[in-house]
Design a protein around this ligand. Sequence first.
Ligand SMILES: [Zn+2]
Length: 151
Amino acid sequence: MSKVQAIWAIEIPSESKPGEKYRVQFVGDGARQPWYCECRSWRFNIEHRGDDVPRECKHTRQAAEKMRREGKKAFREVRPLGPWFEQLQEYVVSLVDYTKNGGLEAERLAKFRMDLDTFREERDKIKDSLASTDTLLQIYGDLLRQLSERV
Ligand SMILES: [Zn+2]
């Protein structure tokens, strides 16, 4: 199993929906696949089977172009949130590979299904942490404002 590599993310503005953005990510040096996009075109792409057609969308192409022009400065590095995040990353790489090349057995598919719930639970824990951080930051700012009036 390959060692987990850094993830880089960039938001590409939607052309058809002003104000909306799609989040494109790539793993490792970005010179090769995989690139991921959250848009429907990438996620529901079924044309990419085999090695000839890459799984991509216009956002991953735009992101790759930006990467060529600006390098990694165009992207933010995503910090892994824990071992489960690295496992999630490996799973997605595997799933992309299965959609390209087939060969997924029923037993393995069932395991992927079960682990999706586990990953979602881990995500929810992070969301709770973020919500608590937001509360503290909000209070922090409010208290600073109150105190500033007295200094
Ligand atoms: Zn896309």
